[in-house]
Design a protein around this ligand. Structure first.
Ligand SMILES: [Zn+2]
Length: 82
């Protein structure tokens, strides 16, 4: 989604919440697949109601190793059995 960006009069969000358009507050966002960047991931979104677009960022934190296999084919599981 490419728009001509007007930086003369930058405004603030009405809300800064996941899944909510920060311009009009609508929950009707079209969302792209997740893209990784450094220690974050983001979705590109487009608001069906007011036609604004942007990115929604999420921090990524380590959860667990899983589905680990040694070079000899031996499986090693974590405490949850994965
Ligand atoms: Zn909107």
């Amino acid at each position: 989604m490419n728009k001509i960006i007007n930086t003369d009069n930058v405004k603030k969000f009405i809300k800064n919440e996941a899944g909510i358009c920060p311009i009009c507050g609508s929950a009707e966002l079209e969302i792209s697949s997740m893209s990784p960047e450094d220690n974050s991931v983001y979705y590109d979104w487009f608001c069906d109601k007011c036609e604004a677009c942007g990115k929604e960022w999420y921090d990524v934190t380590f959860s667990t190793h899983g589905h680990v296999v040694k070079e000899n084919g031996e499986e090693v599981k974590n405490d949850e059995g994965y």
